[in-house]
Design a protein around this ligand. Structure first.
Ligand SMILES: NC(=O)c1ccc[n+]([C@@H]2O[C@H](COP(=O)([O-])OP(=O)(O)OC[C@H]3O[C@@H](n4cnc5c(N)ncnc54)[C@H](OP(=O)(O)O)[C@@H]3O)[C@@H](O)[C@H]2O)c1
Length: 165
């Protein structure tokens, strides 16, 4: 039987900001590239508001949208009304990615096995936040520091946290 790894993937500022007015507060093409490489050929599960901010299914991935609206439908996407249903439709995939936003991260953090977190070493204004998590339950298994070329330049780290056994 295939076990599905449940992963969260997010980019977060130093003050835990992940979004502002339903969009991303920064432009970080390298992070989008990494997101694409990691999620390609997998199920990506997102809240309806995050889907609204993207506005289209992402190619090469099964886009699952979570909403409480039973009549919601988007061509090319799978709409579900609960997180359990999102996991059911992702069954058989080796890894399912919860890709935001804040409301979805809060609810899925307790069941996640892994967090791919881009830690942006700068404070940004925002209205959506990545939830606090208890470091004692997680092991940092990778950290790759990078720096943007633009002005202002800032550091960002690609970090992986795995839940302790
Ligand atoms: N930096 C990052 O990595 C990143 C990644 C993704 C998103 N974001 C940002 O995050 C922000 C959006 O986050 P958000 O918290 O406002 O919204 P969200 O989590 O994207 O979506 C919330 C919506 O999802 C649905 N939903 C949530 N839990 C549900 C459940 N248990 N069962 C059924 N439906 C459920 C509801 O949709 P209905 O209202 O339709 O019922 C709810 O209104 C934006 O600013 C976006 O840019 C950032």
């Amino acid at each position: 039987m295939t076990t599905t790894r449940i992963s969260l993937i997010a980019a977060m500022a130093q003050n835990r900001v992940i979004g502002i007015r339903n969009t991303l507060p920064w432009r970080l093409p390298e992070d989008l590239k990494r997101f694409k490489a990691l999620t390609m050929n997998h199920h990506i599960v997102m809240g309806r508001k995050t889907y609204d901010s993207i506005g289209k299914p992402l190619p090469g991935r099964d886009t699952v949208i979570v909403t409480r609206n039973a009549d919601y439908a988007v061509p090319g996407c799978i709409a579900v009304n609960s997180l359990d249903a999102a996991l059911t439709v992702s069954h058989g995939d080796s890894e399912v990615f919860f890709v935001g936003g804040a409301e979805l991260y809060r609810q899925t953090l307790p069941i996640a096995h892994r967090i791919y977190l881009t830690e942006i070493q700068r404070v940004f204004d925002g209205d959506a936040f990545f939830p606090e998590f208890d470091n004692s339950q997680w092991i940092e298994t990778a950290r790759e520091p990078h720096r943007t070329q633009g002005d202002p330049s800032f550091e960002y780290h690609f970090v992986i946290y795995d839940r302790k056994p």
